[in-house]
Design a protein around this ligand. Structure first.
Ligand code: SAH
Length: 225
């Protein structure tokens, strides 16, 4: 069965996870300013309810962050969509994600045909994410490590997405961004964060822009099992 067919059959679901419920989420995202049809299609296709605990599956198509264990969360769909839309602007092919969490953001990027590299510091979350991604047929490269060092062996990346908040931008990550690339990361304290978009031009010069306020779990150092 092709990936598309498999996702289609996964997508049928029932009740609170049905295609109708997902379509409603997509319409809500569109009403809230998400305009890139490729991103909306990816959100429509990737079964978010399979990225959370079964007990939370009925809430998976609400536009809200949900707990995934270890004090971490799967990001709010609007935030996933917005960050993805920004990353797609200069047609990346190779992307690095820091903070795999549930694997949902990685799945969205893979569904868009990108070559995805993702790093997670909590082994238990990474193992669950890998299993889900494999079962859904997504080919994602992942590593258990402190993502603040990026993934130097596989750099440079056309796009880098950080899904946990740091007080300031991490230099190693900026260094692994390819010329013409975009990095997007929540930056700030636990109580006040904004989305930072950094672009590197063909000569390596950087420009930064701050978008609106967001709420993410913190980017922490070291690894745990
Ligand atoms: N993108 C995820 C969001 C997960 S929340 C999703 O779609 O579900 C952020 C994740 O970043 C958490 O799983 C957390 O453990 C991880 N994280 C925090 N600091 C990190 C670091 N230094 N390196 C790698 N992952 C980190």
């Amino acid at each position: 069965m092709s990936l598309r067919m498999r996702l289609k059959s996964e997508a049928i679901g029932s009740g609170m996870t049905s295609q109708r419920v997902r379509d409603r989420l997509v319409e809500r995202l569109r009403a809230n300013g998400i305009a890139d049809e490729r991103v909306l299609e990816a959100i429509r296709t990737v079964p978010r309810h399979l990225f959370v605990d079964e007990a939370l599956a009925t809430r998976a198509y609400e536009d809200t962050a949900l707990p995934i264990g270890h004090g971490q969360t799967i990001s709010q769909p609007w935030v996933v969509a917005r960050m993805t839309e920004i990353l797609l602007r200069n047609n990346p092919s190779k992307v690095l994600e820091v903070g795999t969490g549930s694997g949902y953001q990685a799945a969205i990027l893979a569904a868009l045909g990108l070559e995805v590299h993702t790093v997670e510091r909590i082994g238990d979350l990474l193992r669950s994410a890998r299993k889900r991604l494999r079962q859904l047929g997504f080919n994602v490269r992942s590593k258990h490590d402190d993502g603040r060092i990026g993934w130097p062996e596989n750099a440079a990346f056309d796009a880098i997405i950080v899904t946990a908040a740091a007080p300031a931008l991490v230099d190693e990550l900026t260094g692994q961004l390819a010329p013409g690339g975009t990095l997007i990361a929540p930056v700030g304290s636990a109580s006040a964060q904004s989305l930072l978009v950094l672009e590197k031009d063909e000569h390596g010069a950087l420009t930064q822009k701050m978008l609106g306020p967001v709420v993410f779990v913190p980017l922490l150092s070291g690894m745990i099992d």
